[in-house]
Write a protein that binds this ligand. Sequence first.
Ligand SMILES: [Zn+2]
Length: 208
Amino acid sequence: MASCDKHYHPALWEDTIENIAKKADKYPLREIESIGLTIKELDQIKTLNHLKYEKLVFVMLCHAKLHNTLFPDNHGWVNATIPEIYRTARVTVKYRKDKFLYLNDIEATGLISFSTRNDNLNLRVNFIDMEGTPVFEISDFRELGYEYLNYYKKGKFARCTECQKLYVRKTNNQKYCELCARSKKMASDRARMEKLRKKSNSEITESP
Ligand SMILES: [Zn+2]
């Protein structure tokens, strides 16, 4: 808490934290290292034969399979919002309404179905294979669209040496994703400025 919030005051938070800690052992800790996708599932996605649709369905499959693993009575429901699905699939649309047109196209293939509950559009994946042997393991949900492309060797990707996120590699000596590269640069700029400041301070004190 203290490292995240500089106004953190232990006394103000004690009750809240105690309460959370007390309830914690009521639920088993759910930690899943990765989810495995089977050839049957990947083949189903391939039948779409349209890269944007394939990436979208791939993201939905990953979320649905994760949720199925956590909750055996989930039956393929996707636990992610539509903006989240598009963002992590790295699928962009020209017009907002296209997002729903794409989903309608995919639904027409039977691979997914919809249900509207409380005004929310819920998506369900209909081709989950919980029995087959996994051929593709997913342990990082941040860049699922890139993971899909990387699996089929489409495009140049690398894993960030700092945060392990998959990113589009632009040069051969690139080591970090965009975000880590930026924070690394900021840190080194700050260190350089600090050094300069110290140097000019000592010059001032040293001068007669
Ligand atoms: Zn990174």
